[in-house]
Ligand binder design. Sequence first.
Ligand code: PEP
Length: 245
Amino acid sequence: MAMMRRKLVAGNWKMNGLVKDRDFPSALSDALDAEPRCDVLLCPPVTLLPLMSSHKPDWLQLGAQDCAPQASGAHTGDVSAAMLADLGCTHVIVGHSERRTDHRETNEVVKAKAQAALEVGLTPILCVGETLEERESGEAESVVVTQLLASLPRCAADKIVIAYEPVWAIGTGRTATPEDAQAMHAAIRAAWPGDDRDALRVVYGGSMNPGNADSLLNQPCIDGGLVGGASLKPQDFARIIQSAR
Ligand code: PEP
């Protein structure tokens, strides 16, 4: 019998949010008419984590958008996974395509970051995804599976989350069709190098909004969403959360 995986809806605020936005968790609570039926995670910029961790509902988990691959030491400007855990984070995004592009993060670096997160008990949300060119040339699945296997640390399937984020869909208003996303999620699960693949959560990211969330989130292999722009508005984020059943 297929395992029921609890869905995860995670907001990625990227480089947005100031101290004045510290009360977003209460605004999100107010926008929801009932407690969420899925796991809910918010990844604000690191500057807001201490402010939000002391004032949030229990059902809301906090995560970061990146961590250093090293545990500590002379790495000016970096934030370690242990520092994030110390602030109450449960998750950290690693290998987002914006970091792979802006900071030239390689699969090896992403793998080291995911490993550093696992070592302190954080759940890495490991992002993979193809470019438009790769999709149009019919290589999407092989590109994504290759990227996944090269950035994946050795771990149990329930200790990590994979985010399938087609690069052409991030922040563009274009989304993968539910059928294409479902097919890619099934391919990712099939490629998981262990016999515990039923426990692996694979979430979709790329212009998810209140209008398309329902059809994406209710595909059998789509275990939640990683939401950028729409997570900045409490009403929109709440509607996406309510779409996850
Ligand atoms: C993201 O940053 O992970 C993302 C999916 O962004 P958006 O929802 O804005 O496309």
